[in-house]
Design a protein around this ligand. Structure first.
Ligand code: NDP
Length: 304
């Protein structure tokens, strides 16, 4: 199950006397002939129907599309794609939007649209601006490191305590209120699991300082969109940047499109590069076939 446009590359990558790429929906195949599943979001129950599967390989960094399948074959390794290029893209996206918020760029965009020469002073420097990372993994860790270059104050929240230089660490739900109370900007880079679903909600927004902003680059289901709109409309939150949504593509009639305090982008913060992803597939298959330890295996009990 590959995204459009990946077919030729997949056929080329796996053109060998040993392997054959079967493209779901295009090629005929017998269920028992499949050794590896490669893709993003299989139809629930499909993986269970493949009796000889050796491993499930995710082309993306997030694996919620697999784990929402109640019949996911839990005895098999689920390997996710960790692409340094994708983490770099994510960090660029967040740094860009953090600076746009910090520098009030949307105010100047509006003024330009009205042909008005409106100056506005910076209210505070980066050293007085606290940016909190929800998730300090591959994505969150790199985003935080890149933001530090601009001398923002960095905080991070994770399941286990992380000791990253210059980042104030908070761990677990008991420390979440203390973390949120110090976030002038909150960046969500969490995996979607039963624990983190809906974490960007009214209760948690109320624990943040008034005037705080939210950036979500993780999954749309982390955010209760109605709660965000209410917090923006009341003036409690000042702005939001959203790359992911409850429903994707975001419906044309969604109030998010036209909200003056929201910047919305179509799930492009980090795109998996086909060449990197297929190299990851090749490497995983090589490891399984040769009995070597797998890397980036998902811990099914944690869900990420
Ligand atoms: P990682 O697994 O490397 O890191 C996950 C982080 O989240 C870790 O710091 C982990 O804590 C923390 N975490 C997980 N569950 C909890 C919890 N219950 N409480 C507190 N902290 C928690 O993931 P990545 O950084 O690689 O990816 C994160 C997500 O980003 C992906 O799952 C995907 O959904 C999303 N993504 C979005 C893209 C886009 O284009 N918008 C592109 C790529 C990814 P600990 O350190 O203790 O384990």
């Amino acid at each position: 199950m590959l995204p459009p446009g990946w077919d030729a590359l997949a056929r080329e990558t796996f053109a060998s006397p040993v392997f054959k790429a079967i493209l779901y929906g295009r090629d005929d195949f017998a269920l028992e002939s499949i050794d590896y599943f490669v893709g993003f979001r299989p139809e629930p129950g499909f993986l269970k129907s493949l009796p000889n599967l050796k491993a499930v390989i995710s082309l993306g960094a997030g694996v919620d599309g697999f784990l929402k399948d109640p019949d996911f074959p839990k005895h098999l390794p689920l390997v996710r794609c960790v692409d340094p290029n994708l983490a770099r893209e994510m960090s660029e996206y967040v740094v860009m939007h953090a600076l746009i918020l910090h520098r009030h760029q949307r105010f100047f965009d509006t003024a330009q649209g009205e042909h008005k020469w409106r100056q506005k002073m910076m209210t505070r420097g980066p050293g007085d601006t606290r940016i909190g990372m929800l998730g300090l993994g591959t994505m969150g860790g790199l985003i935080a490191a890149r933001l530090q270059v601009f001398e923002f104050q960095l905080l991070g929240w994770s399941r286990s305590r992380r000791n990253l230089p210059g980042i104030k660490s908070f761990a677990g739900f008991e420390e979440l209120p203390a973390f949120l109370s110090q976030c002038d900007m909150l960046v969500c880079a969490l995996p979607l699991t039963p624990d983190t679903r809906g974490i960007l909600n009214a209760e948690h927004f109320a624990q943040m300082p008034k005037g705080a902003a939210v950036i979500n680059v993780a999954r749309g289901q982390h955010l209760i969109e109605e709660d965000l709109i209410a917090a923006l409309d009341s003036g409690y939150l000042s702005a939001a940047v959203l790359d992911v949504f409850q429903t994707e593509p975001l419906p044309e009639d969604s109030p998010i499109w036209r909200h003056p305090k929201i910047t919305a982008t179509p799930h492009i913060a980090g795109i998996t590069a086909p060449s990197a992803a297929l190299a990851h597939v090749e490497d995983t298959i090589h490891r399984v076939e040769n009995g070597e330890p797998l890397i980036n295996v998902v811990d099914l009990s944690r869900g990420y």
